[in-house]
Structures are given as structure tokens and as C-alpha cells.
Design a protein around this ligand. Structure first.
Ligand code: HEC
Length: 90
């Protein structure tokens, strides 16, 4: 089972994010790893991220969690888009 999963996920190793020491990367992990592992920025394209963030905002609101404010949203979106995938392959 673990072998099957290891091709696309690394559940037992800490995830390493691009620019891990930057404040944006830290904000991203603080805000987006509360319900699931924060996905890698390159898991989606720059075009796809805004809609995903909107969906997550709704999920936070539904769960009674505080959604990101405008500044945080802009910073997280900028971070994701800087490191996003170039083409939609998934
Ligand atoms: C309130 C809990 C919660 C928070 C906080 C949260 N998510 Fe999610 N997220 C979910 C749930 C629930 C799903 C759907 C079930 C799953 O895939 O685990 C999901 C799925 C996803 C998916 C994959 C499926 C899809 O809908 O595209 C992505 C990508 C994602 N989240 C990104 C993020 C990002 C980026 C943030 C930070 C802004 C974030 N999430 C914060 C609850 C949350």
C-alpha cells in the first residue's frame, strides 16, 4: 500500500515548499495546511489557483474557520502563481 502511494505522494516525509523560508511560504502553510496537507504550488496552474482559493474560502466559512483576509489572499495567490505549473496536465 505504502509502495503504491509513494509514486505520487510522500506522506511520511515532511513536504518541502518552494521558497520555504519566505514569509509567503509560511503564511501559505499556516493557512492552507489546517484541513489537509497544503498542496504544492505546481500541482495547479496560475490560471487555476484563484478559483481553488475561492473554493477554500467557502470551505473555511462553512467550517466556521476564519477565511483569509484580502491581504493574505493576495499574498498566498501570488506565492502559488509564482511557483505554479506551466500547463494544465491534471
Ligand atoms: C476549512 C478546511 C480547509 C482549509 C483551511 C483549506 N482547505 Fe483545501 N480542501 C478542504 C476540503 C474539505 C477539500 C476536499 C477534500 C479533500 O480533497 O481533502 C479540500 C481540497 C483542496 C484541494 C484539492 C481539490 C480541489 O478542490 O481543488 C486543493 C488544491 C486545496 N484544497 C487547496 C487549499 C488551499 C490553497 C488552501 C489555503 C487557502 C486550503 N486548501 C485550505 C478543506 C480546506
Amino acid at each position: 500500500m505504502a509502495l503504491l502511494l509513494s509514486a505520487c505522494e510522500i506522506p511520511n516525509e515532511p513536504l518541502v515548499y518552494p521558497d520555504a523560508d519566505s514569509s509567503s511560504a509560511k503564511l501559505y502553510q499556516a493557512k492552507c495546511a489546517r484541513c489537509h496537507n497544503a498542496p504544492q504550488p505546481h500541482a495547479h496552474t496560475a490560471q487555476a489557483w484563484p478559483a481553488i482559493l475561492q473554493r477554500m474560502q467557502m470551505r473555511m466559512i462553512t467550517k466556521g474557520a476564519t477565511p483569509l483576509n484580502k491581504d493574505e489572499l493576495g499574498e498566498v495567490l501570488g506565492y502559488l502563481q509564482r511557483h505554479a505549473a506551466l500547463a494544465d496536465s491534471k
